[in-house]
Design a protein around this ligand. Structure first.
Ligand SMILES: Nc1ncnc2c1ncn2[C@@H]1O[C@H](COP(=O)(O)OP(=O)(O)OP(=O)(O)O)[C@@H](O)[C@H]1O
Length: 126
């Protein structure tokens, strides 16, 4: 295989991963209510950020918080599906795994809400 074939294979693999990742996001959006709610809130936050003209640093923080929340929600969904694949019966370890993953999303969402208020509150209300 020459270097051009290797480059084409690399590009094909990259595009395939992109297609699989998009399918995962689409499936999660269609099946997980919390992910859908986070997406809707994210769009609202982005529209508000455009209207009130955030600074460059504020945009970076807001985009990190949005991306982090959505990424954590996707990981939480993946973990829930793995647990359901392993057992459909009640198991304390299944509960611990799902609750810990939900806890990670919760901590990040609270952090995002607090930082969001610090950024948006003075711009909107003061
Ligand atoms: N197999 C199981 N064994 C023990 N407890 C479980 C099991 N499956 C779910 N649970 C408990 O029920 C809770 C809800 O689980 P479920 O799979 O319904 O997630 P969910 O509430 O639908 O999450 P999300 O709303 O993010 O999709 C878990 O956090 C866990 O405490």
């Amino acid at each position: 295989m020459d270097s051009k074939d290797q480059r084409n294979n690399g590009l094909k693999r990259f595009l395939r991963s992109f297609v699989f990742a998009s399918a995962g996001i689409k499936d999660t959006f269609q099946t997980e209510r919390n992910f859908k709610i986070h997406c809707i809130i994210s769009v609202a936050v982005i529209i508000t950020s455009i209207i009130i003209s955030l600074s460059r640093v504020e945009w970076i923080i807001v985009l990190f918080l949005i991306g982090g929340t959505l990424a954590l929600e996707l990981i939480n969904t993946a973990l829930e599906k793995i647990v359901d694949l392993v057992t459909s019966e009640y198991h304390p370890l299944a509960k611990a795994a799902k609750d810990a993953a939900a806890g990670a999303v919760f901590i990040y969402a609270i952090l995002a809400a607090i930082i969001g208020m610090i950024i948006f509150f003075p711009k909107i209300f003061l």
